[in-house]
Design a protein around this ligand. Structure first.
Ligand SMILES: [Zn+2]
Length: 422
């Protein structure tokens, strides 16, 4: 998830203008542009405004825009533009503190600003690690390096759809950003089992999209959503009760959607063996209790902590392989076995959703999976049969603001029309 905005969501909503994207089709209904755009247009109508890119005057240089090719490095690019070896060496050394030239990757954009004469000597090299950030390597006399961000505008969009296959497939088929499916799955991780969704279920989402000029560059956060599962609507409203706390998602009653534990230690996986007091062990070939839940996933899939806590064991043993054990409080402890690699140390504080290791098949395992174990008061229990209380509801003082915000968001959600996916 992106860091929640510190701006009060209610205010944000007023500032944003609404576009409609239906997840079902690529149709976009463009609303009237925001007033800032209109302002920009009137000012740019004046002919004297010089063209600038990355803060540099485009008119003063020969500007070459390209993409870093495979096996292409800054040194061999700059050689083409009359930059000599000692300058490149100095650049490499100086770059380490700002943006190390060794981190330049194939596939990303770069721009060379050269002298306008026949020599075409590079004056600036600008690298874009992504659509928003850029690094300027000033190659003139005393080399300097600095970073910048392109101007980003945020717009509020909507998406909706009827479930066909998985959530991810539904978004993909619709030509919508699958990243949005991931965010939706995150929000509802504690309330909806996305492996049990089916035809007849539907969703509506109000979310943010970041733009540079008119080009979408990065998905923002989901402001509100409703997911109808088995005819029951599950609402999610992003809200920040006060400025000292990060915002989170609340249901209609103002209860946070974040429960005590995540349903599974993997984002996308399937259960291959449930907690049972008696099963035929596939490796040991005998009947014994299976006091864990097995989730199969490919080797290297990130394993996440299902709740906040402290790592009390991070070790290797013959049967468990690489494993991590987390103590969450006086009552609950969880353990994650057969990791290919551990990513949490003993004594480390971990947060819910934090990666603590990677799926593997170390120890006594037939294939890559994570065996998830769960203790309540020192007794191993089936986590899927536990009922956990919801966290604190919204305080009374913030309730009024929340109610107003919720009403506004509900109206936006209701206005979204769900279309069939063809
Ligand atoms: Zn197991």
């Amino acid at each position: 998830m992106h860091k929640p905005s510190l701006v009060h969501p209610g205010i944000l909503v007023l500032l944003l203008f609404v576009l409609t994207v239906t997840a079902c089709k690529n149709r976009q209904q463009q609303a009237t542009p925001p007033s800032s755009d209109t302002l920009a247009k009137t000012t740019s109508a004046a002919p004297a405004v010089p063209q600038r890119k990355f803060g540099l005057s485009v008119d003063s240089f020969t500007v070459i825009e390209k993409t870093i090719e495979r096996n292409e490095f800054l040194a061999n690019i700059l050689e083409l533009y009359q930059v000599e070896e000692p300058t490149i060496a100095l650049l490499a050394a100086k770059s380490k503190k700002v943006f190390d030239i060794r981190n330049i990757r194939a596939g990303n954009q770069y721009t060379v600003f050269c002298t306008k004469d026949s020599l075409q000597k590079a004056q600036y090299f600008v690298y874009q690690p992504n659509a928003i950030d850029y690094v300027v390597y000033d190659l003139r006399d005393s080399i300097s390096i600095y970073t910048g961000k392109r101007e980003v505008t945020t717009r509020s969009l909507t998406a909706s759809g009827k479930i066909e296959g998985s959530l991810y497939e539904t978004f993909k088929k619709a030509g919508a950003d699958p990243g949005l499916a991931m965010k939706l799955a995150d929000i509802y991780a504690w309330s909806i089992d996305f492996y049990s969704i089916h035809e007849g279920d539907w969703f509506k989402v109000v979310y943010e999209q970041q733009y540079i000029k008119d080009e979408p560059v990065e998905l923002g956060s989901i402001r509100s959503a409703v997911f109808s599962h088995d005819g029951e609507p599950f609402y999610a409203f992003f809200f920040q009760p006060d400025s000292t706390q990060p915002g989170e998602y609340y249901d209609e009653q103002g209860k946070t959607l974040r429960r005590f534990f995540l349903k599974a230690p993997l984002k996308f996986s399937h259960i291959t063996s449930r907690f049972t007091l008696r099963r035929f062990h596939p490796v040991q070939k005998r009947w014994k209790a299976h006091l864990g839940t097995d989730y199969a996933a490919g080797t290297g899939t990130p394993i996440i902590a299902t709740g906040n806590g402290v790592v009390i064991e991070s070790a290797f043993s013959r049967f468990n392989g690489n494993y991590v054990k987390i103590r969450h409080n006086n009552t609950y402890t969880t353990q994650y076995l057969h990791m290919s690699r551990r990513a949490a140390k003993r004594g480390q504080h971990v947060r819910q959703g934090q990666v603590i290791g990677y799926v593997g098949s170390t120890g006594l395992a037939t294939g890559p999976h994570v065996c998830y174990r769960f203790w309540k008061n020192n007794v191993q229990v089936d986590p899927l049969r536990q009922k956990f209380p919801s966290a604190e509801p919204i305080s009374q003082s913030a309730q009024l603001v929340f109610d107003q915000y919720k009403q506004d968001q509900r109206q936006q959600l209701e206005a979204i029309r769900i279309e069939e996916i063809k």
